[in-house]
Design a protein around this ligand. Structure first.
Ligand SMILES: O=C[C@H](O)COP(=O)(O)O
Length: 244
């Protein structure tokens, strides 16, 4: 099973922050895949200094090229040194109205470009409180993950929207319930679904990472705020390395 610590810098970071990646690059990443997704403006420079750390984009357009002002294609990410791309983050779904079909098309573009694709799903607080979490996540999974997905190219990130950047984290039982559901759906649909890595995301920190990584069907994390400093992200990488 792949184990992945992925950092999503979101709209944070200029050249002054590249030293954080240099610090991570000096670490022994051992048996886990460590990925940093900086803003697109830093991708090429990050890739040059990342050593064993992999770099990725935070989004891509579904088309390979064309008249799409301000967008970046998966082919361009690959050309800049990326080996991963995140698609379907809840901030993209909310800020840009991305639908499951949009996300499936972006994911397919990432796969076509030879990238590993991290596909995000997760419920809002209202959806959780209405008891709809498993339905919402199941629907997102069905619509956002392309039929060509396989365990060596696609990673699923479960990120409850209400846990992102809030310091609130679901209980271990709540994480296990959703990850177990995702695992079941993936196993039913894909030949390699049982081996597809499942990441948890939402207020992961060095102080709670080990506990989260002990939850069944959690194979790593997608980290926002705590990935901005190598010292914090390093603690999360250490916890993943130490997990079974
Ligand atoms: O992509 C990362 C997630 O949105 C989690 O962000 P966070 O670790 O700041 O809560």
């Amino acid at each position: 099973m792949r184990r992945i610590a992925a950092g999503n810098w979101k709209m944070n970071g200029t050249g002054a922050e590249l030293g954080e990646i240099e610090t991570l690059a000096a670490r022994n990443t051992d048996s886990v895949e460590v990925v940093i997704c900086p803003p697109a403006t830093l991708l090429s420079r990050a890739a040059d200094i990342a050593g064993p750390v992999l770099v990725g984009g935070q989004d891509c357009h579904a088309a390979e090229s064309g008249a799409h002002t301000g967008d970046v294609s998966a082919t361009m990410l690959k050309d800049a040194g990326a080996s991963f791309v995140i698609v379907g983050h809840s901030e993209r779904r909310a800020d840009h109205g991305e639908t499951d079909a949009d996300i499936a098309a972006k994911a397919q573009a990432g796969l076509d470009a030879g990238l590993n694709v991290i596909i995000c799903v997760g419920e809002t607080l209202d959806e959780r409180e209405a008891g709809r979490t498993l339905d919402v996540v199941g629907t997102q999974l069905a619509g956002s993950v392309p039929d060509s997905a396989a365990s060596n190219t696609v990673v699923i990130a479960y990120e409850p929207v209400w846990a992102i950047g809030t310091g609130k984290v679901p209980s271990n039982d709540e994480i296990e319930e959703v990850h177990g559901h995702i695992r079941q759906l993936l196993t039913e649909r894909f030949d390699t679904g049982a081996e597809m890595a499942l990441l948890y995301g939402g207020s992961v920190k060095p102080s709670n990472a080990a506990e989260i990584f002990a939850v069944p069907h959690v194979n790593g994390a997608l980290v926002g705020g705590a990935s901005l400093k190598a010292s914090d992200f390093g603690g999360i990488i250490d916890a993943l390395n130490a997990s079974d």
